[in-house]
Design a protein around this ligand. Structure first.
Ligand code: ADP
Ligand code: ZN
Length: 726
């Protein structure tokens, strides 16, 4: 039994004493654990145990009649335990929706109402006077060819459940339990689809030619019609009665993508993301498992969802860092998706305008097949890119004169303008020009960020807050804010363009439920033409009215310390710039920088992502970084600095002892931001050329780490294929 506990082992139990149910791998069981009980997953049956018989306890209850996890998902989870060297109980817990983890039951039923012969003969009009709601329901049942689910009735006003019951009572409708988690009555309407261009057609034909495992990298510039390719491939899977699993990086872009899929596909679509209630999530999970949903769209953790009749897996924005879980069980949903497809022997499509270097390397070693969409669909042009040299055009409140003029020009031409700044708050620094004092967080190696609207200083790393001081705490001098965040830009825009509403989208303005959608609607409806935001605004959204994009601070990412910083920066650039001129109007992109000669910036602007990637990958090869080597990062953090370092020092000694010659061990070293939330953080990096050798090493090392006494005095974790080195 895999039990949620941070240990690298599984637990043996005897079958339950007074339950006749046949134990099967994939069922959940409730077991005694210490003095309490826990819910775990039964992952295998054996007729022996290394635990002495007297110590073996019985399973209390088998919670499922049949397995909730099928053999394939069990295998996936077991593989993930080995690959990520992570405790099995936590891995298995990650495969289940919360309600099942807590011992809840599967959703199996759902009511449907079918018109009886009597119901067919009854004209709705004859009920219109005395029972208008019943008449309405009868009419809807006729429109949906005789079968109703609650979905069709939810928009009715009044007590439609009572009217429904009355119709059942009168035997006009017959209530049935479908036995499925989810019911969908096709309306027989499908949205129109555009005529494909040649590249799209080639991609679709290539993918459609085989039903067995192949991995495709769909490399298509922003707006090139990748989603259209996904839709067609999903349609052909549907024709063969196969499900498609679509993974997307962010919750922010799920509603819009879902809408688009719903408009185009006349089938049951189940969503899986954190914006849903636990029950809805469970229902959609069950619908994927029992096959009543034909398309499943979800974020990262949806990669573990059981599929009744799998046919296709799609990973959209495959380069996106959020596909990698960054705490606890640190898995890559993209890599697991490819593993699943191989195991299920079905195709997998990885799509991006800015493919990860890992995937590009998989193309050059022919593990993936490349499909390119080099041009924008529907005749839209690539935007013109202009670099604004801030050494010449000194900005005020972050905006230079050429940028302001461009905004004015696009406003006059009735365009929409998107300004990107990946820093929320008013200003990142509050300082005293008199004594040089800068307000820092007490618990982090970080500066407090000024949030003027709320009159607070906030640490963006630990969330600590304090009131905005009126004078310098040291010398009582007047304080000054330095630099800018989205809040300051919003104010500056308000002064420059008083008649234009500004829609700002960042974590501060979208805390309330539904607020993102409300703001996005203002943009799409054209009520607002000045848009300003952080990363949140740039991912995946299709804003056809945007004619200009301004990158307010290009220098944020130019001098990063992580080996991936330049890749990330280039991806952000291209994704942000890609929001401009998507429809029939050409777009312009303006980039403000103090370093216009920076080679990275130059190559990106002049030659685009492909060239940039080639050159940057060559640098990675020479320096021995991924994708040409394989990494594992051991992180430790502790309130006492020594505890973290003692553990890592000892881990290093063990590593030196176990390491073969092809393995490099770097560190221990403090994390780039050493102190965070009052804890000191440090790390040890393992790097090797041969993936299998790295994993052989990790397997033994991990066991030895658990045995170190110092490992219990610090919080630590092992991150395989880390996305970031901090
Ligand atoms: P991507 O996913 O690559 O960013 P989309 O699939 O969202 O691109 O397509 C961008 C826009 O172009 C969408 O509005 C889409 O409806 C439209 N589009 C896609 N393919 C075509 C086509 N073949 N002809 C005309 N318009 C298209
Ligand atoms: Zn802090």
């Amino acid at each position: 039994v895999a039990l949620p506990a941070p240990v690298m082992r599984i637990f043996d139990y005897l079958p339950p004493e007074n339950q006749a149910l046949q134990p099967q791998a994939g069922q959940r069981v409730r077991v005694p654990f210490g003095k309490s009980t826990r819910v775990g997953v039964l992952i295998g049956l054996h007729n022996h145990s290394d635990v002495p018989p007297r110590q073996l306890r019985n399973v209390l209850t088998i919670l499922d009649v049949e397995p909730v996890l099928d053999a394939h998902v069990l295998k996936l989870a077991k593989w993930a335990c080995r690959y990520y060297h992570h405790p099995p109980g936590e891995v298995f817990a990650a495969t289940l929706p919360k309600l099942l983890r807590r011992g809840g039951t599967l959703i199996r039923g759902n009511s449907l109402w079918e018109l009886t012969d009597a119901g067919r003969d009854k004209t709705p009009d004859s009920l219109r006077k005395r029972a208008p709601l019943q008449a309405q329901i009868l009419q809807i049942a006729r429109d949906t060819s005789g079968v109703l689910s609650t979905r069709e009735l939810e928009s009715l006003s009044g007590d439609w459940r009572r009217s429904l019951a009355a119709l059942v009572e009168k035997k006009y409708l017959d209530e049935k339990n479908s036995g499925h988690a989810f019911d969908f009555v096709p309306v027989g309407r499908k949205g129109a689809s555009p005529v494909l261009n040649d590249s799209q057609r080639l991609a679709i034909e290539t993918i459609g030619a085989f039903e067995d495992f192949r991995a495709y990298l769909l490399d298509g510039v922003t707006g090139s019609g990748k989603t259209e390719v996904y839709l067609r491939c999903i349609e052909s899977a549907l024709e063969k009665n196969r499900q498609s699993l679509v993974l997307v990086p962010e919750i922010g872009l799920t509603p819009q993508l879902l809408d688009r899929f719903r408009r185009r596909l006349d089938v049951a679509i189940g969503a899986l993301h954190s914006g849903l209630s636990d029950t809805d999530r469970l229902r959609n999970w069950c619908a994927s498992r029992d096959g009543s949903a034909s398309v499943i769209i979800g974020t990262r953790s949806a990669v573990f969802t059981p599929l009744a009749r799998p046919g296709l897996i799609i990973v959209d924005e495959e380069h996106d860092a959020s596909l990698k879980q960054q705490d606890g069980f640190r898995y890559s949903a993209r890599d697991l998706a490819v593993w699943r497809a191989r195991e299920l022997n079905i195709p997998v499509i990885l799509g991006s305008a800015t493919p990860s270097f890992e995937s590009l390397e998989n193309v050059s070693t022919e593990r993936y097949r490349l499909l390119s969409l080099p041009e924008r669909a529907g005749g839209a042009k690539q935007p013109d890119v202009h670099v604004i040299d801030l050494r010449i055009h000194d900005p005020s409140d972050g905006l230079s004169q050429p940028l302001i003029q461009a905004i004015r020009r696009h406003l006059d031409a009735n365009g929409q303008i998107l300004l990107y700044l990946n820093r929320r708050g008013f200003a990142p620094v509050l300082m005293c020009p008199g004594c040089g004092n800068i307000t820092e967080c007490r618990r982090c190696d970080a500066r407090m960020v000024v949030h003027q609207g709320r009159s607070r200083l906030v640490c963006h790393h630990c969330g600590a807050e304090q009131g905005l001081p009126s004078a310098c705490p040291d010398c009582e001098g007047t304080l000054r804010t330095v630099g800018q965040g989205t809040e300051r830009i919003e104010q500056a825009l308000g002064r420059l363009f008083p008649e234009q509403p500004v829609v700002r989208i960042d974590r501060d303005t979208t805390r309330r439920r539904g607020e993102i959608e409300r703001r996005l609607d203002m943009i799409r409806g054209g009520e607002a033409r000045l848009l300003l935001g952080t990363q949140m605004l740039t991912k995946g959204h299709d804003f056809p009215g945007v004619t200009m994009v301004g990158i307010i601070d290009a220098d944020q990412g130019l001098f990063g310390t992580d080996f991936r910083s330049s890749e990330r920066l280039a991806q952000t650039f291209i994704q942000v710039a890609g929001r401009a001129g998507r429809a029939d109007r050409p777009g312009e992109v303006f980039i403000q920088t103090w370093f216009p000669d920076h080679p990275l910036l130059q190559i990106l602007v002049r030659d685009g992502y492909g060239q940039f990637a080639q050159q940057a990958m060559e640098e990675r090869r020479v320096a021995g970084w991924p994708p040409f080597t394989h990494l594992a990062l051991l992180r430790a953090e502790s309130a006492q600095r020594d505890n973290a370092f003692t553990f890592l020092d000892e881990a290093r000694v063990v590593a030196d002892e176990l390491a073969t010659e092809n393995l490099r061990i770097l560190g221990p070293a403090p994390a780039p931001m050493e102190r965070r939330s009052g804890r000191y953080r440090a790390q040890l990096l393992i790097q090797g050329n041969d993936r299998a050798a790295v994993h052989r090493f990790l397997k033994t090392w991990r066991v030895r780490l658990d045995a170190l006494k110092s490992s219990r005095r610090t919080r630590w974790s092992l991150d395989i294929d880390p996305a970031e080195l901090f």
